[in-house]
Design a protein. Sequence first.
Length: 179
Amino acid sequence: MGGGPRTYPGGVSKWQWKRMQAKKAKKAKQLLKARLSRERHIYEMRKRAELRAAVSDLERPWEPVQQAPALFSVRADEQVKVLADRFQRPGGFDLWSEKDGPQLFETPDELPSARFFPKGVVHSIRPYRRIDADELLGKGSGVSDHRDGEDSSSAARFLSEGLAVWLMSLMIRSVLQLC
């Protein structure tokens, strides 16, 4: 056995080895940061595409809407949970509950509106009321809010409201483009 100085793999000294390991750790950290940034960018692009697809139906207010668009897919929520679980510490516990989700609202005339969409997309003038847990589960009181004789003028009123919303969104878009 030789009595020479202690060397590390590759015949480097202790301090060269430490510098090499520090550089490798820094590079690995940069790569992880870049990968997470790419994942976040892809996720945001998919969410924007989903919103655009949902809003495209609401940009034609003169057409009656049969069903509210599904803005956030279940798969997207599962993916967010998987991404969040990657950063959970071994001893930690999840504080997320179903009550942490979005508040649900409905319009009085049961037609979806774009009140909670991004700025400049579509603007709504319809009032909202909060959906209770009983109504969400189907245990409503059974009282109908519809008035008699409303069916004949409801289509005309919906058309005029839709045109007003559409014109207002056009005006707001033109003002935003001027700014």
